[in-house]
Ligand binder design. Structure first.
Ligand SMILES: [Zn+2]
Length: 189
C-alpha cells in the first residue's frame, strides 16, 4: 500500500486544500507544491464550506514542523458532504505499508515497533530532505535501490541527499533515523 503526501491544491472531489507548509515542499513532479498536514484548511465548492483534513487509514509516526502528522492520500475532508470526500494525490513523497503493517497501524492487528516514515522516491533525482530541513542536517539516512544498491550517510547542512545514479528508471527507498542506523548495522554485519 502506498499513500502519497498531500499538498496545497490537492483535491478531494469538490474540496481543495488551501493551506500548506512554508518549510516543506515537494517538486517531484514540478511545480513545487507546499506539503500539507492533518488539520489544515480546505474549501469545498460542493457544500460551500470551509473544512479541514482528517485522518483515515494507516500512517507511520512522524510530524511536520507544525507538530501535526503528515496528510496522506486517502485521508478525508471534513465538510458538509456525506460521505466525506477522499483526497487523492500522486507525487514523489509517500509512505508505504505492507498489508500486515497497515492492519497493525489501524488497530486491526498486533502493533510492532514502528519505524520512521519510509519514503519511496522517484529515480535519479537529487532528493532535498525538505521535511523540516533545518533539523534534518546530520540526520542519518539509508537508501536502498530495487537492484540491491545501498547508500548511507547523514544529511548535510544543505539538506541534500546524494544523487543516485541509476542506469534505468528504478525505484528506491529511503530510510531515516533509527531505521537507517539499523539498516546500516545489518549491512555492516
Ligand atoms: Zn463539501
Amino acid at each position: 500500500m502506498i499513500r502519497y503526501f498531500l499538498a496545497r491544491g490537492d483535491r478531494a472531489g469538490s474540496a481543495v486544500i488551501t493551506q500548506g507548509l512554508d518549510d516543506c515542499t515537494c517538486s517531484n513532479p514540478p511545480p513545487s507544491v507546499q506539503i500539507a498536514t492533518l488539520g489544515m484548511s480546505t474549501y469545498c465548492s460542493a457544500c460551500k464550506q470551509e473544512g479541514y483534513i482528517a485522518p483515515r487509514g494507516p500512517r507511520w509516526p512522524g510530524t511536520a514542523s507544525n507538530g501535526k502528522p503528515w496528510a496522506l492520500s486517502g485521508d478525508i475532508n471534513i465538510c458538509g458532504c456525506e460521505p466525506s470526500p477522499v483526497f487523492y494525490a500522486e507525487r514523489g513523497m509517500s509512505m508505504t505499508f505492507t498489508g500486515e503493517q497497515a492492519a497493525a497501524l489501524t488497530g486491526k492487528g498486533s502493533v510492532r515497533t514502528s519505524s520512521a516514515a519510509t519514503s519511496i522516491l522517484d529515480c535519479d533525482e537529487q532528493v532535498r530532505a525538505v521535511m523540516a530541513r533545518a533539523s534534518l542536517a546530520g540526520y542519518p539516512y539509508y537508501i536502498e535501490t530495487d537492484s540491491g544498491g545501498a547508500y548511507s550517510g547523514r544529511v548535510d547542512s544543505s539538506g541534500l541527499l546524494p544523487r543516485i545514479a541509476t542506469r534505468e528508471a528504478e525505484r528506491y527507498t529511503v530510510y531515516w533515523g533509527d531505521e537507517a542506523l539499523a539498516k546500516q548495522a545489518d549491512r555492516d554485519g
